[in-house]
Design a protein around this ligand. Sequence first.
Ligand SMILES: Nc1nc(=O)c2c([nH]1)NC[C@@H]1CN(c3ccc(C(=O)N[C@@H](CCC(=O)O)C(=O)O)cc3)C=[N+]21
Length: 211
Amino acid sequence: MLVNETLEEYVKDVSSSKPAPGGGSVSALVASLGVALSSMVYNLTIGRKFYEEYDSDIKDEIESGLKICERLISELMPLVDEDKNAYDDVIKAIKMPKNNDEEKALRSQKLDEAYLKAINVPLKLARLLSEGFAPTLLIAQYGNPNAISDAAVGALLLFAGLQSAAINVRVNAKFLKDKSLADSAIEECENLIKRYEPVKDEILSISIKNL
Ligand SMILES: Nc1nc(=O)c2c([nH]1)NC[C@@H]1CN(c3ccc(C(=O)N[C@@H](CCC(=O)O)C(=O)O)cc3)C=[N+]21
């Protein structure tokens, strides 16, 4: 499993001419790291003197923000492998024989199934990532000022992950037979980008003001 590799092995795997891991797996890793940075700022906040002085409703919000980050990390990390497996299946289907109608039909069916998976993994990534912006904004507002730049880096990585997921959805959607499913997946990603780009910008401006 990729998640059990060393960083060195993973980077080598990505850089090689092996078909996968590719951009999809890398965007899942980047997404995990983005949320991990937010989580780090939470962990550098909860229990500190300035934190204890917050109203209890703010403290509750902060505690639930950390819970969200922890859940997101545990759901994002498996996508590093799931995306590799999904794209491996695309490559496997592309390589299937097409010497007669029977082979062609089977290949076309397997290819469609593989592209559907190769869309669904980045779509899941985009949906999970979209849940990471609110907790990152919250911790940029209330978190440890020493680590505010990490919330900004987290927001940038979340947004990079979201845009990358949208690109992977789009590139695979054009091969899908079910055009309405393809269009709705593309539209969902575009809507998430439109919705969360301003949140990313807000996190950046809060962080930059307080550097
Ligand atoms: N969910 C998802 N994850 C991805 O990682 C992903 C994706 N969708 N959609 C498209 C892009 C593109 N990408 C490629 C990786 C390797 C080759 C590759 O190795 N191609 C070989 C041919 C493959 C072979 O025959 O072995 C070649 O061009 O020589 C191509 C394309 C991954 N992507």
